[in-house]
Design a protein around this ligand. Structure first.
Ligand code: NAD
Ligand code: LMR
Length: 327
């Protein structure tokens, strides 16, 4: 199992690479960034776990060496938000970064599972899909927008009300996209059931939708969520790796191209969105089945979903257009 982290020297990249190095499921860890990867790799390589670590920069064919043979590629490369910015404000710079890195994937590891963390995820995943399509190597079952941080936040924040001792033991579908009102937590489908006082529900939903802003504000100009994102990114990557290695029954929300996944067509029709975060069953070939939790949303959640669709469609089109009609 060879895993690459692209943007490995960054705020997310470093702790994410640490979690990968600590994982017994990974044999080779390839760190790629435009700066500092030799140092990060040297540091991690002293940890006494099986994964063999190497760091690469763009020079000396670094991309080729970093990407070749990768089974899983995780992409947290790109600039983060500062207070007052939306994720869409990152598009101008991050769109090109994701495009170029995914072009590298098409050349050197076209069969890899690709996990996109770089914002705006609502648009960077369609960008990645268009690059993969143009190269004739797009497999929708293997391209994922990582929305796990929204799930992690929903688990954490609901536990402050339910008193659950281990927040991650409550499953909460968080669907839609990854920004503001495109993030829709379906607390009515929590398992086990959670009792949320009526006067607390709106606040809880808002906190999940705008949890990223809390961190951006607290970091006061120095960046956005990095440590919680590294945890969430590793949690999702580990699930992919376990599914690839044959573990059955793994279901996790993730932002995918619906028409390419079993069960996805009906959800695309109902939502009007081709890309959507939805619980999917992971297996050896990737996203094997999408679950239509949209149909079971209650009236209040259906209202939230209307707001989601309105924003998400534009974000998706913007990403597709960036590749089809380059600026
Ligand atoms: P950061 O600035 O600390 O790190 C980004 C890294 O990317 C830097 O080391 C930089 O050198 C590298 N980089 C830039 N261009 C590159 C290229 N062409 N090739 C390889 N590496 C390149 O930022 P961060 O805090 O780690 O955040 C990274 C991205 O993740 C941001 O876009 C942020 O908005 C996003 N993010 C997403 C989620 C999510 O839930 N999906 C959560 C948090 C942050
Ligand atoms: C988050 O949700 O924390 C990330 O998308 C980073 C951000 O810009 O808020």
């Amino acid at each position: 199992m060879k895993v690459a982290v692209l943007g490995a020297a960054g705020g997310i990249g470093q702790p994410l690479s640490l979690l990968c190095k600590a994982s017994p499921l990974i044999d080779e860890l390839s760190l790629y960034d435009v700066v500092n990867t030799p140092g990060v790799a040297a540091d991690l390589s002293h940890i006494s776990t099986p994964a063999v670590v190497a760091g690469y920069l763009p020079k000396d064919d670094g991309m080729k060496h970093a990407f070749t043979g990768c089974d899983v590629v995780i992409i947290p490369a790109g600039i983060p938000r500062k207070p007052g910015m939306t994720r869409d404000d990152l598009f101008k710079i991050n769109a090109g970064i994701v495009r170029d890195l995914v072009k590298g994937v098409t050349e050197y590891c076209p069969k890899a599972f690709v996990l996109i963390i770089s914002n705006p995820v609502n648009s960077t995943v369609p960008i990645a899909a268009e690059v993969l399509k143009a190269a004739g190597v797009f497999d929708p079952k293997k391209l994922f927008g990582v929305t796990t941080l929204d799930v992690v936040r929903a688990e954490t924040f609901v536990a402050t009300l339910s008193g659950a001792k281990n927040p991650s033991k409550t499953t909460i579908p968080v669907i839609g996209g990854h920004s503001g009102q495109t993030i829709v937590p379906l607390f009515s489908q929590a398992n086990p059931k959670v009792d949320i006082p009526a006067d607390k529900l709106d606040g809880l939903v808002y906190r999940v939708q705008f949890g990223g802003d809390e961190v951006v504000k607290a970091k006061d100009g120095t960046g956005s969520a990095t440590l919680s994102m590294a945890y969430a990114g590793f949690r999702f990557a580990e699930k992919i790796i376990k599914a690839v290695k044959g573990e059955a029954g793994i279901i996790e929300p993730t932002y995918v191209y619906l028409p390419g996944i079993a069960g996805g067509d009906a959800i695309a029709k109902e939502t009007g969105c081709e890309y959507f975060s939805i619980p999917v069953e992971l297996g050896p070939t990737g996203a094997e089945k999408a679950f239509n939790v949209v149909s079971n949303a209650n009236d209040q959640e259906k209202k939230l979903l209307e707001g989601c669709y309105a924003d998400l469609k534009g974000n998706i089109e913007k990403g597709i257009d960036f590749i089809k009609n380059p600026p």
